[in-house]
Design a binder for this molecule. Sequence first.
Ligand code: FAD
Length: 341
Amino acid sequence: MKPFAYARPGDVTEAVRSAAAEAASVYLAGGTNLVDHLKLGVARPELVIDVRTLTSREITDLADGGLRIGAAVTNSELAADRRVRERYPVLAQALLAGATGQLRNMATAGGNPLQRTRCTYFQDVTTACNKREPGSGCSAVGGATRQHAILGTPAALPDPTAPETCIATHPSDMAVALAVLEATVHVQGPGGARAVPFTELHRPPGDDPSRDTVLQHGELITAIDLPAPPAGARSAYRKVRDRASYAFALVSVAALVTVADGRATDVRIALGGVAHKPWRATRAEEILRGAEPTEHAVRAAMEAELAAAQPQPGVDGGNGFKIPLATRTVVAAVRDLVREA
Ligand SMILES: Cc1cc2nc3c(=O)[nH]c(=O)nc-3n(C[C@H](O)[C@H](O)[C@H](O)COP(=O)(O)OP(=O)(O)OC[C@H]3O[C@@H](n4cnc5c(N)ncnc54)[C@H](O)[C@@H]3O)c2cc1C
């Protein structure tokens, strides 16, 4: 491991000032992702700034019926909160589908959405990776692609030597749930405080796959707000993976559905495991809004959504299976919610 300086500032202002003064600095929260990266040589900072005790560890009620989640709240605390389980089951289920009890006891609400891809090439410093080392190329293209993206990728058969090529997926389960809940992320940075809609926090690889989010260097997540869930809405999370536990999603689905008089008045669908960011299925949502949410209608809407999917061939058989898998998982999730409603 490369040596680094460790700082434990007294408050958020001091933490942000320290980060702004050192370009090669990172924040440390629960450490369940960052410490692995320090050991693997994926992260090579000069300064690690411990923020674990600086932000709130409370979940508080908001006047509009929503909740404010302090960035230091652990994944276990969030999943166990009665208000979260009752009003936002999709979030509690997503959290409990992630990692293990021990990891969730350490992992934080601020750190979880900012965890980095589990792409094996990103984590292996002996291979080329545009995300880890901009401009070095992408070893995933033409490699093992089972865990990789089918949506939002630069081209059907991306050029592995191009600096913008990246077919990594975002690994967080929690982030997929927050995408349908239309959460807001509160950030404090060198330029002051700002609020970022959760659906705009993560970015597609674009021309710089090394950047996972729109956050600038030194910006610290202080809290995440959940708006009140729509009246009568049902929500759920489904995760499909190679093992029943302790595995990242091949495909996951967060769904929120409101039904009135047999019609879907509000449908929100987000997919995990298929793109560089939690993928809001806006095309499918548009088709289903106001329609009778039958299995046939949901399947047709997902086929429209996935018409642009670009499955990748791979030495492990590739990831074309994610197209029917995503469709079936959404159909099953929505079917169960409509039955409940
Ligand atoms: C074996 C294993 C299995 C796992 N399985 C799953 C799974 O199935 N699903 C899943 O979703 N996750 C899984 N995880 C990942 C785990 O959920 C994340 O590592 C954890 O949520 C990250 O939170 P943390 O507080 O530990 O973040 P850290 O590791 O401390 O930080 C992660 C990143 O966020 C940044 N950061 C942290 N806090 C802030 C903040 N407040 N503001 C700005 N930047 C910040 C850090 O600089 C770092 O870049 C797994 C992890 C392991 C090790």
